[in-house]
Design a protein around this ligand. Structure first.
Ligand SMILES: NC(=O)C1=CN([C@@H]2O[C@H](COP(=O)(O)OP(=O)(O)OC[C@H]3O[C@@H](n4cnc5c(N)ncnc54)[C@H](OP(=O)(O)O)[C@@H]3O)[C@@H](O)[C@H]2O)[C@@H](O)CC1
Ligand SMILES: [K+]
Length: 602
């Protein structure tokens, strides 16, 4: 699933309309229909089923209590069996629906039943089947009354098209114009006229009285990708009223008030139960806090060919099983050769661990083994060695220097290089600590080997303090910073790092020629070639000491098995999140999870 910026979305719109001659109003019609279908799906879930007795969306929207704030339809496969499933969210039911198969199969059987019921089985010609447009029907339509908040741009036009479809489904709607209806132009004006011709009731904000308390739901079609800055005037007041109403809000394209590129929330910003994202997933919908304001995000196709995105340079996508298999060309089944032996699956050298943080090294080493590499050697200060013997009998230990105090010393770099010779990966950092001469120590390793490096924890802080852009490097590097470490690396405040994680990760990876794993909610993996992947496995319970060390171990273990740096980083992050979900299920609550559980769930 591609992730676009507003600028890219505009370009793809233009190419579709001008290059393919698909009329803009046709796209808007499709958008309106998609929004209406999602409103109806939400109504069905609230009424406990509905058309055809089928409730594919049971409990998914605005039900609260889910472990993950954002839930993106179509992320696919076994990820959806995650923690949210236990809270009544749809586990796996939306797979492939977003964009690719809009409405497919929803309510199936209703039309058939109606025809058969009217004639009786004896009269029905054998084999004759007919079904209606069940996606746009609702058994309990009379119980619904939706307010459609209409802005004066094309987002408003989408809302007007949706309103017509909802009315057709028997749902009462009232249009609420944020600006004078005469101010609408182009396709949005056509939709305004069609709605008026159908006799849809309309109110103008500031002129007519509105009763948010009396409605059953709200469509937010105030501002889309054309919005700039914080919502003003009537827009701001309508957003505040919608949020304050306690009614479920279905947003058209993006929640109004969201920065669609960065995920920043302006004041005010809609808090949606469902966001019906049109054509392509906008970056701001997967980046926090925007991901939290968007609710359940459903990406719906509106007639813009999906292939246009990559053809025209879209360089970010969601990390789904399909992306892992196809774009990243990873064998996600992790098949092992029947003739394989421990030498087949690679050897990781881990340099890390110190007196106060020996556990970090241990977690990394064990995670690398569980990720499937053949061998792990853990290099650590000699004084610590007697204390960790037997902690994980599967790994080998090597003393890097003879320091009795259990801390690293600058003179051990040559020993690390010697131990790293012939290994597939050198992972540096978990539990390392800082020590005198650590800059030269890391530089010696950085420049002294072509073996892929995974750099984490204090090794990142060493990099941040050095001007490492002048260091020469002849092999792949993966950096795995959390936002604080990233801030130090980039010389920015942490808030600035979090403001646009995808944008920053892309820039940094390209500029420094590294694979960057920017950890945190929805970890971003960016490559030096300018591709970004956003991971959505995992949950907030994984914010626990040692979880990052486990990730470093998993990525290293995958690298050792022959994956390239981008593959290992992306697959490692994905598996780490998945294992975290599984571990939380086993523990019955995410808060109970500790880092070692993630290793055991791999
Ligand atoms: N193009 C296509 O083919 C398709 C587009 N589609 C849909 O169109 C959406 C993009 O539409 P868009 O470009 O018309 O912009 P949109 O977000 O509706 O708002 C712009 C209006 O809002 C106003 N305004 C701006 N900022 C403001 C603020 N802070 N506070 C208050 N007002 C503000 C601004 O007015 P101005 O300030 O310029 O007077 C302007 O009139 C997109 O998200 C998708 O839903 C789909 O139908 C598929 C086909
Ligand atoms: K909107």
């Amino acid at each position: 699933m591609d992730l676009v910026t507003v600028e890219q979305m505009r370009q793809l719109d233009r190419i579709t309309i001008e290059g393919l001659s698909i009329p803009a109003v046709a796209l808007m019609e499709n958008a309106g229909r998609a929004i209406a279908e999602e409103v109806i799906a939400l109504c069905r879930s609230r009424h406990g089923g509905g058309a055809g007795g089928e409730d594919r969306n049971g409990g998914r929207a605005g039900t609260g209590g889910g472990w993950a704030d954002a839930d993106i339809a179509g992320r696919g496969g076994y990820i959806n069996g995650g923690p949210g499933a236990e809270n009544g969210r749809d586990a796996g039911t939306d797979v492939g629906r977003g964009g690719e198969e809009p409405g497919a199969g929803r309510g199936s059987g209703r039309g058939v039943a109606a025809i058969q019921g009217s004639g009786g089985p004896g009269i029905q010609p054998p084999g004759f089947r007919v079904s209606g447009d069940t996606a746009l029907t609702l058994d309990s339509a009379e119980a619904e009354h939706w307010l459609i908040l209409v802005g004066k741009g094309n987002n408003g036009g989408d809302g007007l098209a949706a309103a017509r479809h909802l009315r057709e489904a028997g749902i009462a709607v009232t249009l609420v114009y944020a600006a004078a209806p005469e101010s609408l132009a182009g396709e949005a004006a056509l939709q305004r006229d069609a709605a008026a011709a159908m006799g849809l009731p309309a109110a103008i904000y500031g002129v007519d009285r509105l009763d948010f308390a009396a409605c059953s739901g709200i469509v937010d079609a105030l501002l889309g990708t054309g919005s700039a800055g914080a919502p003003r005037g009537a827009y701001a007041e309508l957003i505040a009223a919608a949020n304050g109403s306690g009614k479920p809000v279905v947003s058209a394209d993006i929640p109004s008030g969201l920065n669609a590129d960065t995920g920043e929330l302006h004041e005010p910003c809609i808090h949606a139960a469902v966001t019906v994202c049109l054509a392509f997933l906008k970056r701001g919908l997967v980046q926090y806090p925007g991901a939290g304001a968007a609710g359940h995000v459903v990406v719906r196709s509106i007639g813009i060919p999906a292939a246009l995105a990559r053809k025209h340079g879209v360089q970010a996508c969601l990390l789904t099983p399909e992306v892992l298999r196809t774009r990243l060309q990873i064998d996600v089944s992790r098949r092992r050769s029947p003739e394989g032996h421990k030498g087949t699956y690679g050897h990781v050298l881990l340099a890390g661990g110190s007196l106060a943080m020996s556990g970090a090294g241990l977690l990394s080493a064990r995670a690398a083994l569980r990720a499937g590499c053949g061998l792990v050697t853990w290099a650590l200060p000699g004084g610590l060695l007697p204390y960790v013997i037997g902690a994980a009998p599967e790994m080998m230990l090597a003393a890097a220097g003879s320091a009795e105090d259990g801390t690293w010393k600058a003179g051990t770099a040559a020993e690390v290089l010697r131990l790293g010779a012939g290994k597939e990966v050198i992972a540096v950092g978990p539990g390392l600590g800082r020590f005198e001469g650590d800059t030269d120590w890391l530089r010696t390793i950085w420049e002294g080997t072509e073996t892929p490096l995974v750099i984490d924890a204090d090794a990142l802080n060493i990099l941040a303090d050095a001007d490492y852009s002048s260091w020469t490097r002849r092999g792949p590097v993966i950096l795995t910073p959390h936002p604080g470490e990233m801030a130090r690396l980039a010389g920015l405040p942490t808030a600035e790092v979090q403001r646009d994680r995808i944008g920053l990760a892309l820039d940094y990876a390209r500029e420094h020629g590294v694979v960057l794993v920017l950890k945190g909610a929805h970890t971003v993996i960016a490559t030096p070639e300018g591709q970004a992947y956003v991971n959505v496995t995992g949950h907030p319970g994984m914010g626990t000491g040692g979880a990052g060390d486990v990730l470093t171990g998993i990525i290293s273990g995958l690298l050792a098995q022959g994956l390239n740096a981008a593959q290992a980083a992306a697959f490692g992050v994905y598996l780490h999140g998945l294992a975290g979900e599984r571990a939380a299920r086993l523990r019955h609550h995410p808060a109970a999870l500790i880092a070692g559980d993630i290793i055991e769930a791999l």
